[in-house]
Structure formats: C-alpha cells, structure tokens
Design a protein around this ligand. Structure first.
Ligand code: PCA
Length: 326
C-alpha cells in the first residue's frame, strides 16, 4: 500500500493535534512580607527566573504580605497542598522543634560569615525535619542583623524594665522576658499600628524591617546591637515538586540556588544602606552602652544554654559542626 503525500501530511497533522500540549503549571506562592522588602523582591526575581527557565511552563504568582494565607498558616497550607510553594520565617517553627530556631539565639552567629557557617551546620537537620512533613526546602536567606528600636536612648538596661516589646517568634519573646520587658507577638505588617495604638513601645528587628515599617514614625533611637540573623525559608510541597516534568523541576531548582546566592548578597548589601535610611529619616543611630551590651550578652548566653538543653544531641552536634567551621 502506498501513501500519497496528502494522506501522510494529514496523518501527521492529526498526530500533532492529539499529542498532549506541554503541561503548563500555575503555582500560587503565599509569602508573609511586603513588596518593598528585599526578600519579596528576590522571590519576584526567582519567579521570573523560573518562568524564563521553563519557557513560561511553570508560572509562579507571588501573593505577598500574607494576602493569600497569613504567616502562621503558610507552612500548613503548603504541607496540605492548598498552595504548592511558600515562604516563612524559619524560627516561627520553634514550637515544633528547637532546631528551627538556631538562627534566632542572640550572638550565637552575628555576622554573615557566622550565619553562613551556622546554616551549613543546621541545613541537613532542617531539610530532614521539613521532609518528614512532605516539604522540600528550596533555599534560605537571612535578614540583616537584629537591632534595638527605642523611643528614647537607654544606656542602663534597668530602664528596659516593664517596656512593652514587639516580638516575632519565641526567641524574641524569651529575650524580652529575660530583659524584663513585656512581649507581644506582632506580624511585621502590623508594626506601625501596634506602636501607634500603644500596644508596644520597643522592638528588635533588622534595618530592613525598620525601613519598611517606617520606624522613624514611632521610634527615635536605633541601637546597633546586630545580635542575630534570622532566616526566611522557601519550600515546596514535595508531591507538587515530584509531579513537575523533569525539565521544569530542574529549572525550579536552578533558580532556587541562584535566589539563595542573590538573597544573601542583597541582605548583606542593604544592611548599611538601610541603617543610613533610618538615620536620614531622623533616627539617632547609637552603639550600645557597655552595660546594655553586657545585659544582652548575658541574655544570649542564657538563651544558648537553654536552647542546648532543649535541642539535645542534635543541637549539640549542630553547634559543634558550626564551631568547627569557624
Ligand atoms: N524582620 C522580620 C523578621 C526579622 C526581621 O528582620 C520581622 O521583624 O518580623
């Protein structure tokens, strides 16, 4: 039997019609922080990179500032598959396991080099704990060092007694309690309202969050304590990851590795510029007094000890690996 050119052309046209189109995937990505925050800007770039690497086949829509799920809901939303991918502050999971809050202990790792070494030492444990919940860690990026925002300069740590304090995880709550302050949990986006309504009068956060919340509107002194660099983590529902075609999965992982490197550089680069922005908006930038430094260092030592007691052998192994790398 011979085929005419016409029937061959027709047959291949029909084959083309019945071939499945390359699968396109649309992912919603809930994140906690606002659009002007460098973490969110980095994630937007990550989503662009993923689109580019996959020829538009994997299309991530970022829902910033807790607009799709609130910060406390994001991890479980991704675990349950309500959203395939998301971002949270890692230490918000401290109630599940103390290994998640190693990066929020004052002065355990208070430079970018130390933060990198601590992350290298703790990453395998964090990955394994998330994997148990059906989550795959994609990347982590630290905030700049955490410093103290006050309405007036404090040189004697006794002056902090009874001052209301905005906390964002259990570690900041513990620190406040040790210093005799009165902590209240407040999401980053609610900071201006919490100060304006008198719920809190002091906080410790990065210069990045100081700028994004316009801290000069409600505090006047930035005490450059630079005590720890807590990280945001970006993670994906493992089933959703495995359901991607191989090339899309590879594109996603490559973009994540790039976002991790870029995010650490962005964080480090904006530390000085954001402190300068606080200052140019009228805040006084001071170094901590000796007495305040000593009180904060003592609080850090106490929190390290208490964390080691909570985190057991695994915590001790992380600290040992971290110290060996320094
Ligand atoms: N900003 C976030 C977490 C740490 C930081 O620098 C916040 O204040 O909520």
């Amino acid at each position: 039997m011979t085929y005419s050119f016409r029937s061959i052309a027709l047959a291949s046209a029909l084959t083309a019609l019945t071939l499945p189109a390359a699968a396109q995937t649309a992912w919603d990505m809930p994140t906690p922080y606002g659009d002007t925050v460098f973490h969110t800007m980095n994630i937007m770039e990550f989503a662009d990179d993923v689109r580019e690497a996959t020829g538009g086949q994997l299309d991530i829509t970022v829902h910033s500032a807790g607009s799709l799920f609130g910060h406390p809901e994001i991890k479980d939303a991704v675990r349950r598959g309500l959203a395939p991918i998301g971002e949270i502050l890692l230490s918000r999971l401290a109630n599940e396991n103390p290994l998640f809050e190693a990066d929020s202990i004052p002065f355990l790792a208070d430079s970018y080099a130390d933060a990198r070494a601590l992350w290298a030492a703790s990453r395998p444990a964090v990955e394994a704990l998330l994997a148990e919940q059906g989550l795959t860690l994609l990347y982590a990026v630290p905030w700049p060092g955490q410093s103290l925002y006050l309405t007036e300069e404090v040189t004697d740590p006794a002056a902090l007694q009874g001052v209301t304090f905005r906390a964002y995880n259990t570690a900041t709550e513990q620190l406040a309690n040790i210093l005799g302050m009165v902590p209240t949990q407040v999401e980053a986006g609610d900071i201006p309202t919490a100060f304006a309504t008198g719920r809190v009068a002091a906080m410790m956060t990065s210069p990045s969050t100081g700028v994004s919340s316009q801290a000069w509107d409600f505090t006047s002194v930035y005490v450059d304590v630079n005590a720890w660099l807590p990280k945001n983590v970006i993670f994906v529902n493992t089933e959703a990851l495995n359901a991607l075609p191989e090339d899309q999965r590879a594109g996603l992982l490559a973009a994540a590795a790039e976002a991790e490197a870029r995010g650490w550089a962005m964080s480090e680069a904006e530390t000085a510029t954001q402190i300068a922005t606080l200052e140019s908006n009228g805040m006084t930038v001071v170094q901590p007094s000796e007495a305040l430094s000593a009180a904060l260092a003592a609080a850090g030592a106490q929190m390290t000890e208490e964390w080691l007691a909570r985190a057991g052998d695994e915590g001790a192994a992380i600290v040992a690996a971290y110290e060996a790398a320094q």
